[in-house]
Structures are given as structure tokens and as C-alpha cells.
Design a protein around this ligand. Sequence first.
Ligand code: GDP
Ligand code: ZN
Length: 458
Amino acid sequence: ASYFSNKDTIVAVATAAGRGAIAVIRLSGPQAIIIAQSVFRGKDLRQQATHTIHFGTIRDGARLVDEVLISLFLAPHSYTKENVVEISCHGSDYIVQEIIKLLLKNGARLAQAGEFTKRAFLNGQFDLAQAEAVADLIAADSAKSHEVALKQMRGGFSAEIKALRGQLIHFASLIELELDFGEEDVAFADRSALENLIHELQRLIRNLLQSFALGNVIKNGVPTVIVGKPNAGKSTLLNVLLNEEKAIVSEIPGTTRDFIEDEISLEGITFRFIDTAGLRETQDKVEAIGVERSRQKIEEAALIIYLFDVNELSPAELGSELQALNTSGKPVLAVANKVDLARNLEPAAYETVVPVLYIAAADKVGIETLKQKLISTVNQGNLNTGSSTIVTNLRHYASLEQTNQALDAVLQGLAQGISGDFLAADIRRALYALGEITGEITTDDLLENIFSKFCIGK
Ligand code: GDP
Ligand code: ZN
């Protein structure tokens, strides 16, 4: 049997585990209403209109399990486009389990991870890229990642891909038409127009590919590292950065969100500090290992803060230290610490080497400027993109690369004046790769891979 049968009615709790005021149990499938009715006392759900809510009780035989509200969404006016029943019950795990057990006894089966969204996709509610955005939206924990996921879910990305694909299909069909006419010299497809189109497509695809760096940053945070000599003040600075954030988070009444120690979120951008736990635990033992260790961390980072004690490092020494770091083109912020101890600070001397920010980490001086610099480095740095659409998904990135390669082959073919059937094959390859993004082209493996990453109940 396949992982999937659309004839089954599936059930799962849609809200998070643990004790909330209410929990929502969701049923989807042809039998959803009948199965719900078999445990519900209140109204005859089969007689009710779509998008209505009904109060009643859930009973196991004579035993009262809970008082609930039932929301009805009749096919095709639901998330999955099937009949959907949502039972809002009191939010104890015990009640949820009891109700789900009853529903299973009456003919539902437990939903697999992502099965609701997979059904929505298979029933044409949205395309694959939009379905994936649902998962991203649920996982989004910063303003920016939320914005990107929402845009993708509402189809912005898909529309762009579909437009590209539509233009290519136009040419592919003209070339196929030529093939139908056989060996005679008919050329329906204007070769130079095709070449122009491919250049245009590749420009768009390159923008999308470049946006992935930013997309990745938005989704996963900017991997950031603080390096510098022992006693420069790295641990102090890190604690100041993280603790300020912690204070802000805990000031908001009712926030229960877990604070991840090594991340800060600044204006919607998450900065993830690399290997900082170890750095603090073992204090300066690790740091004494020095440059080699730093280099490893720099490998993993997208952004580097080089911190130095302004009283210990001359401009010339700063220059050679930075050179020794070999940051392979990644942005480096040179930050001078302990300005409170400096007697005659000469900023101009450092400026001849590299722009420097001045702070006193222990006194929290200059921290705000440093934060602004972190943000502007991400916003204006090489992470910037010419595309308003941002690719966040590795699968989409890979498909775009394949498309690009196939288009290269088409261009090469055009340059060499190869025959239409070879051109058509390369165009088809490009179409296939583009189609995989939105799901016009799918395989069972691909679907299983995507939807198994969802949580149960979505
Ligand atoms: P690390 O080895 O780079 O992690 O440096 P630490 O953060 O452990 O700091 C080394 C020492 O410098 C500690 O005694 C800190 O209190 C001190 N320190 C850090 N920042 C400042 C600062 O801005 N001014 C002064 N005067 N001392 C600082
Ligand atoms: Zn330290």
C-alpha cells in the first residue's frame, strides 16, 4: 500500500503538545464528518453548512469526555480541499489522547507527518514551493524569516518560476513543431529570440541563486564569530551582546519563548555565534591555542568580529594580525576594546590600516554602534541580492542550478548550430528542473522527502 491514500480519513492534534487552554484536533477526509458525528452529541453535523461552529460534547458511550466546539469545513472549502472537522477541546494531553483514540476507533487513522499539507498539495490547493513555505512559516522565529516564508506561501516565488517556465515551454513547443515537420528546413523557432530569452532567464536565475545566501541567513541566522588574542575581551563582549538581548526578551510580559543563548536577533536578522559555548566554558584555555583555532571558526563563519585590546596592539600589529587571519574575503569588523583604559587614543593611526570601531565592552560603551554595524554589514554586504524573491530552500537552489546548467547547454547548442532535437532535449531538461520546484514535475520520493520533514498535524 502506498504511504498515501486519499480515501482514508486522517486525524492529528494540530496544536502543540503540552498544556494550553485549548487544543485543536483536526480530521480530514471523506468520512471526517461521519466519524466526528459518531462521538459528538449536540447537533447533527451532517445537516450543517460549511464554515460553521457547533457546541456539544464528546462521549465515549455514556461517558462524558469533554465539552467541545466543532468547526466544519466542507470540501472543497478547506485547507486540504477535503471535508475537514476541527475539534477544539480543553487543552490537556489526556483529553486530546482520549478523543483521538475515540476517533481512531470510529474509523480515522493517524496522520503522518505533513500529510494534511501533502493532501492540500495533491488536491491542488497550492504548489510544492508554497507547501514547503508552510513548514518554514511554522518554524519562522524572526520577523524577516516570517516575511519571506509568508511571501513564498502566498505564491510570489512560484509565480516567478512559472513565468520563466511558461516562456521556455513556448519555445520548446515551437521546436517540437519543427521536429514534427521532419527533415525539411522549417524553423518556427527564431534562434536569436531563443538565445535572448535564455540570457534573460539565466540573469533571473542567477539573481535567485544569489539570493540563497541571504535566504539562508534569514532562515538560519548569520554565523558570526568573535576572534582575537586572549584577554582582548571576547567573552565580555559576547556576554554583553547576549545578555542585553536576554533582558529585552524577558521584559516582554508573557513571553515564554525559549531563549537560545548563542543567538541574538537584531532588526529581524539573527546572528548565531559560533562555538561560543565552548569558548566560555573553558575560558582562555581554548583561546590560547590561537590562530589555528581561529581559522577553523572563521571557516564556519559568514561574519567575523576581530576584537583587540586597543592598549596592546599597535596599528601595524593590527594589520599583520588581520592578514594572518586570512578571512578569504568574508567581512571582518575590526573592533578596538578597552577604550576606557586608553590614555592617548589615536584613531587616525588605525584608520590607515582598516576602519575600526571603538568600544569598552565591560562598560557597555559602543555596543549600539557595533550592533548597527553588524546589521548594515549583512544588509549591504555581499549578501545583498538583485532579486526581490529570496530562495531559502536548498531543494529549490539545487533545481535552479540544474536549470541553469541545462540552459548553458542550450546556449552552447545554439552557438554550434546543433539540430532541433538536441536543443529540445536540453530545453526539456531545463523545464523538468524548473517544474520540480513548484511540483508540476514530481516523484514519490521527492514528495515523501519533503512532507516527512513536516510535523504531525500539519
Ligand atoms: P577574552 O580572553 O578575549 O575572552 O577576554 P575576557 O572577556 O575574558 O576579558 C579579559 C579581561 O579584560 C577581563 O578581566 C575583563 O573584565 C577585561 N575587560 C573586558 N572588556 C573590558 C573593557 O572594555 N575595559 C576594561 N577596562 N576591561 C575590560
Ligand atoms: Zn574568553
